[in-house]
Design a protein around this ligand. Structure first.
Ligand SMILES: CC(C)(COP(=O)(O)OP(=O)(O)OC[C@H]1O[C@@H](n2cnc3c(N)ncnc32)[C@H](O)[C@@H]1OP(=O)(O)O)[C@@H](O)C(=O)NCCC(=O)NCCS
Length: 298
């Protein structure tokens, strides 16, 4: 790899007048170069980190992408196409090749950070299957990355590349329509109170969501003081996918966070009682479940 050629390509595509020839750029958001040799060396020093190059038929360098395995996830960064070659499909090609690379590295998810103000770029990633995770990070304070000309923050996007497997997420982000569809399919009364349901779920101590092929198929939440007591109010799996282990996966994921807590509580009835027994719960001694309840399904 010719490091200087990569540095030149990235800086031309991200910053300065030439960058403005492309369909998307951050040239108006930051001054100074996007990368220098010390930053590139640091990026490449991480275990498994690699830069892949794209060349046109004449052998000219037209694009590059940085990929770094990070446990079960693959970090994607510095996706670059030279301004005059943009819009020709190179970017898309590298985006999809990153998915193949992720699988060869045993990663089932690709993540990246994108400036929140770059709507056209965000829309492009959304069109190619990425989603906002709900995580927002401040701009990194490192002059080697450039000097912001305005306040900047990153949105963290990711994409599941693990095929049919269930994608379990621990994130405070929900699509209202998907949640209502899931609750309505299960005839849960809280579906009639979307104004409360969505903020309630997002306000949970932990919210675990389950997706398949990018569609919400289940969720479970926990309310807790963070030390002694946890209560699990909701666990719901789409009726078409019940009985396939998704509920168990969600409960296991939730319980990992509350192992050793003095009290893990929930209320269950009907078939759910047997299910929760399998998950390690038992009848709560000689206590009686008591509540003030405004629903009508129990
Ligand atoms: C982002 C980037 C890597 C994309 O690469 P590319 O080769 O231009 O992308 P492609 O040709 O594969 O795809 C172009 C897409 O942009 C769309 N597009 C083209 N012009 C557009 C415009 N003016 N506004 C919005 N979208 C536009 C095309 O419709 C196409 O969308 P599709 O994939 O849904 O069909 C490239 O533009 C780039 O290097 N930009 C500067 C560096 C940068 O910002 N990198 C991203 C950092 S996170």
């Amino acid at each position: 790899m010719n490091k200087q050629a990569i540095i030149d390509l990235v800086n031309r595509a991200y910053r300065g007048e030439e960058a403005k020839l492309g369909w998307t750029t951050e040239a108006d958001l930051l001054d100074g170069p996007r990368i220098n040799e010390s930053l590139l060396d640091e990026m490449l020093a991480a275990p498994g980190a690699a830069i892949f190059e794209k060349r046109d038929e004449s052998g000219e360098l037209v694009g590059c992408i940085f990929l770094r395995p990070d446990g079960p996830k693959l970090y994607l960064g510095m996706l670059t196409v030279s301004p005059k070659a943009q819009g020709g499909g190179w970017g898309k090609q590298m985006l999809y090749e990153a998915e193949d690379y992720a699988r060869t590295q045993g990663c089932n998810r690709i993540y990246m950070r994108v400036f929140s103000v770059r709507q056209e770029l965000l829309d492009w990633y959304y069109r190619h299957g990425y989603r906002f995770t709900g995580e927002v990070l401040p701009m990194i304070n490192d002059v080697r990355l450039g000097i912001p000309t305005q306040d900047l923050e990153f949105l963290i996007l990711d994409k599941w590349v693990g095929g049919d497997e269930i994608d379990l997420r621990d994130e405070k982000y929900l699509n209202r329509e998907e949640v209502l569809e899931l609750y309505e399919a299960n005839h849960w009364s809280s579906a009639k109170k979307p104004g409360q349901l969505l903020p309630a779920l997002l306000n949970s101590h932990t919210l675990i969501t389950a997706y398949q092929h990018g569609k919400l198929v289940g969720l479970g939440n926990a309310i807790s003081d963070g030390h002694l007591v946890v209560y699990y109010p909701h666990l719901v799996v789409h009726p078409d996918l019940q009985g396939q282990g998704i509920g168990r996966m969600i409960v296991t994921e939730l319980q990992k966070r509350y192992q050793g807590f003095h009290q893990q509580m929930l209320v269950a009835d009907g078939k759910a009682i047997g299910f929760y027994k399998k998950c390690g719960f038992e009848r709560a001694g000689n206590t009686e479940p008591m509540w003030v309840y405004l629903g009508d399904e129990h």
